[in-house]
Design a protein. Sequence first.
Length: 353
Amino acid sequence: MGRGYTEEQIQQVVEANDIVDVISQYVTLKKSGSQYMGRCPFHNEKTPSFSVSAEKQLYHCFGCGAGGNLITFVMNMENLNFIDAIKHLSQIANIYLPDPKAENDAESIKRERQYKLHREAALYFHKMLIKDIPAQRYLFSRGIQEETIKKFALGYSTSKFDGLFKHLSYKGYTRQEMLDSGLVLASKRDDGCYDRFRSRIMFPIVTVTGRVIGFGGRLTEKSEKYPKYLNSPENAIFTKGNHLYGLNIAKNNIKDGKIIAVEGYMDVISLHQAGVKNAVASLGTALTKGQGRLIKRYVDEVVLCYDGDEAGQRAMIRGIEVLDGLDLSIKVLRLPAGKDPDDFIKKEGLKAF
Ligand SMILES: [Zn+2]
């Protein structure tokens, strides 16, 4: 590995940063047509001839000829070598990168296996959903369209005791790897294992770089015994407070410089279907500081839209407190008592929302 980091790590860091955001830290950029223009940081000038393309993620100076991509910009501005520029960008984007010298150590191999295991699990759940007519019917009855099922890679965990366990075993994952993922639990009676998620619609939790790190599962039938929603526990690759459900999709659909934060998976999906594609959900009740920072990477304004019940309002107030000090403008979209964004937009439509 001549460069120290793997191609995948480099790509992950580059994708998580936006060249316009990064350069804006050094140069005042103004939108001009499809480009951004500013005064070149590499030569002295009075009239702006330094252009940045958000679309191409490249910069070019018509005055001195300087040009390149995100990485070369950071290398030149901060006087860093390639590896240190990647490290610098990973810190801006809040991405954990192991020390390049230690990249083949046991810990990073383990993490890589967990990413692959989760991807395999997501494919498995999705396949189960495509095969299961009642589960599909359940989603259709809730107004979820086929296209949305694909876009959010929704899945289904069958009622089978160990369907995922058997599938992952067949794919070569060890018992320990499966237990580490939290998707499989050890049986108390013998040394067997069983699936954590059963009879649930599965919502893969995906990072901004498109990697599955956990799941949310919703029961398709009412139950006294089991909770309606169940989430993956934290694991080597999943820290709840540092991720937002739907951000991988919302970040490409930012509207008016804002992101809408809602409570649940179904809220994000219903809003998306109704045309509100910049919604994300916190993976618990209230937003965390880490999630606030994540939002701040993409926008300067967040709209909190929580359920119109007491718990929702409490979570919203906590969210406002947590976001304080992050230099984020916070707005609140209040729904009528007893309504959540999911049923509100279905009944009242986009305009009312
Ligand atoms: Zn220049």
